[in-house]
Design a protein around this ligand. Sequence first.
Ligand code: SF4
Ligand code: SF4
Length: 366
Amino acid sequence: MASPVFFSDMRTEQGKNLIDKVRRLWQHAGFEKIIAPEDLVAVKLHFGEKGNLAYLNPVLVREIVERIKAKQGKPFLTDTNTLYVGSRSDAVSHLETAITNGFAYAVVSAPLIIADGLRGKDYQTVEVNLPRFKEVKIGSAIYFADALVCLSHFKGHELTGFGGTLKNLGMGCGAPSGKQMMHADVLPEVKEEKCLGCGKCQRWCPAGAITIADKKARIDAAKCIGCGECTVTCTSRAIKPSFKTEPEVLQEKIVEYACGALKGKEGKVAFFNFVMNVSPECDCNSWNDAALVGDVGILASYDPVALDQASLDLVNAQPPLPGTRLDGRSGAADKFLAVSGYDGSHQLKYAEEIGLGSRKYELIKV
Ligand code: SF4
Ligand code: SF4
């Protein structure tokens, strides 16, 4: 059965600006029914890396906050810390970056909570029993929220072709050690020249796989379960994050994490995709290259798979913009595949296969 996807294009006029359009999408989709009085509502988004300018507009986010407050819900804006070293890899830097990027209370009218805590260790293990993972690690503030409104910037991605709701949910709700498990199939290695022998990794290793000898950490590969805790614990970066996995495997792992993020929230979730500033790579970069196509609009749905499928189809129906990475590739059927080399549609197929949603949709213009 086709899932409804509500869509507003970018055309505006008196009484119908983009903020009005966000409100109308919320109302047409009937999202108010997912909020009960006193609900703690996680508004999951990406605050943008420092230097990136393609992330969601905080003023549009505020309109969602106002809708939640109108139902006496208690919204908070949230994201998890990153695996790589950047401006969002611990809660202090993350909050500073978010505020620098415009997500101050004065603008968004809601507090910010980093879902997995100061150093990404505050997560809950959620049983999913899926082919890639039996359990996943979801940031506590998202796990314990009563409802979830997921706001995603739909754009290209250097490893998954494109990133939308599934990516925002899966990679975006996972704690850094979970992100490591999604990103790599290889076991961690210690770079001895960087190791200080401090023993922090040993204390956090749940498998007892690490010993310290001659002031250097050693990993016993036979005991290591690849949980990624040592990688995110070592502040000397002696155990570096790894990004070695097959592209399709990565997409399947992200989808399974998305299932974990939604578990227990049936009837309490809503999704928006903002198909604007369609940059070729992730908002995790401290820059954003020229948008591949013109701004398309805003989409809303209860079905994360239908929402991403509709967003992908709309982008691929646009003419390519000149002076972008699509130069010389103007005939490409899948623009994200053309610029990244990765077919992101695998995440949609896999998500449908495991019952997360439907790739069939009915686009309803609002
Ligand atoms: S946490 Fe890092 S520096 Fe400390 S012992 Fe482990 S690998 Fe070495
Ligand atoms: S990946 Fe996990 S199990 Fe393996 S050494 Fe690191 S902390 Fe221990």
